[in-house]
Design a protein around this ligand. Structure first.
Ligand code: PLP
Length: 459
């Protein structure tokens, strides 16, 4: 491996949180008590926590300083003004509605923009996004390019929408029956895969032609912008800020989870250009989140988010971020471990189908693999396969996603390259004894978003 490809941390560490590893016996007990669901483990029992990159970020000294500037007035907080102006400036949308986190924004958007029976088109589903779409009577249609469903295909911009599928669905169903297109940048469940600027431009052109709105799931916009700068012709000399502006110029609005590329621990917002939709959103936000000037966040949260959004677009930050994730992926690839290729923005995804070929998908191979990795090493990851995909609302049958994966999500600015080595070594050890990994079955299955709180036992 050529280590010069991976930049050193563009920060120094001035506060630390000690972590310790409990013994293997204790980890076996902890996994059993958690019903073999890594979501249900106690944080204290985890050594390196790659469950998610959501809300697990380390804030900068400036963000911590911003917390002290919180204006906790019930209404009209100056921190909201700061956040609102920052988002308008960076993203270029007319209206900003704050929410407690991304799914709060998804709830608002799905409620105001979907009529029951309408189709919602997206580049692969996301768990909470699809939940809110379906909960409002929407019918989700996946129009991501086919390559995204194949873990082994190493192609750039694997998150792109298939333009032929897009146009075909609009023509078949009729534009009036399409609620909107939801374009995720990047695509979490496809492996953190980016969408190209050209694809965003073309999706916008097609949708404009038919009068269909396009909303982005902007959760990892800065990571997506970095991939465009790195890999799309014509963008190498453009700043992340310019790329971000152009990306959003092709959208009618977006939902945002601040817990990812906002580099904070909680927060989110909805952006809109349409005044009528904005008015509806402000009416709804007071019911579900809070006043339109805080939407479930404290003043200090909004201040930290305003600062974090700017930091996420600094080149040194985002380059290190992407390349640290890539480092983990490259180490695994060098050892012959099956992962989703290319390595995406926020996580490395183990391909459980190839890791555990002795298990059927209904034996929950990724769920089982995530558990074994925890027991092996104290590293916590998450299943992104049949358990996460849930059941079809109409037939009650399990969705059977082509991708059956374990996600190793890297929190922002939290772990070092040496931590990545510990993770890689653990996965490599586990791969050598992969035949011992046994299947699981549900003993408790929640009706919705089952992966969060389900419990399992060994078959
Ligand atoms: C995390 C996430 C969401 C939901 O955001 P929360 O802040 O967790 O509610 C939506 N879409 C994508 C792609 C995400 O990764």
């Amino acid at each position: 491996m050529d280590y010069s490809k991976y930049p050193a941390e563009p920060f120094r560490i001035k506060m630390v949180e000690p972590v310790a590893m409990i013994s293997r016996k204790e980890r076996e007990r902890a996994a059993k008590e958690a019903g073999y669901n890594t979501f249900l483990l106690n944080s204290a029992d985890v050594y390196i926590d790659l469950l998610t990159d959501s809300g697990t970020n380390a804030m900068s000294d400036r963000q911590w300083a911003g917390l002290l500037l919180g204006d906790e007035a019930y209404s009209g907080s100056r921190n909201f003004k700061h956040l609102e102006n920052t988002v308008k400036d960076l993203f270029g949308f007319k209206y900003v509605v704050p929410t407690h986190q991304g799914r709060g924004a998804e709830n608002l958007l799905s409620t105001i923009a979907i009529r029951p029976g309408q189709y919602v088109l997206g580049n692969m589903y996301f768990t909470t996004t699809r939940f809110h779409q379906e909960n409002n009577g929407g019918i989700f249609v996946d129009i991501i390019r086919d390559e995204a469903h194949d873990a082994t295909l190493n192609v750039p911009f694997k998150g792109n929408i298939d333009l032929e599928k897009l146009e075909r669905v609009i023509v078949e169903k009729g534009a009036a029956n399409i609620a909107y297109v939801c374009l995720a940048i990047t695509v979490n469940l496809a492996g953190g895969q980016p969408v190209s600027m050209q694809n965003m431009r073309e999706v916008s052109e097609i949708c404009k032609r038919y009068g269909v709105k396009v909303f982005y799931d902007a959760t990892r916009f800065a990571e997506n912008a970095y991939f465009i700068k790195e890999q799309e012709p014509g963008y190498a000399d453009k700043s992340i800020a310019d790329i971000t502006r152009e990306m959003f110029s092709y959208a009618d609005g977006c939902t945002m989870s601040g817990k990812k590329d906002g580099i904070v621990n909680i927060g989110g917002f909805l952006c809109l250009n349409d005044e009528e939709l904005y008015t509806e959103a402000t009416e709804l936000v007071t019911v579900y989140e809070g006043m339109p000037s805080y939407g479930g966040m404290a003043g200090r949260d909004m201040e930290a988010l305003a600062i974090g959004l700017k930091e996420s677009m600094q080149f040194e930050y985002i380059e290190h971020r992407i390349k640290q994730v890539r480092y983990l992926g490259d180490r695994l690839l060098a050892a012959g471990i099956p992962i989703i290729e290319p390595v995406g923005g926020h996580a490395v995804f183990l391909d459980a189908r190839r890791f555990c070929p002795h298990l059927e998908q209904t034996q929950l191979p990724a769920q089982s693999l995530a558990n074994e990795l925890y027991i092996e090493s104290g590293v916590r990851s998450m299943e992104r396969g049949i358990v996460s995909a849930g059941r079809d609302r109409v037939t009650g049958e399990n969705h059977m996603p082509k991708l059956e994966t374990v996600r190793l999500a890297i929190p922002r600015r939290v772990y070092t390259y040496k931590h990545m080595d510990v993770v890689a070594d653990a996965v490599i050890r586990l791969y050598q004894r992969r035949h011992e990994i046994r299947g699981l079955r549900f003993v408790y299955e929640p009706k919705q978003l089952r992966f969060f709180t389900a419990r399992f036992e060994h078959i």
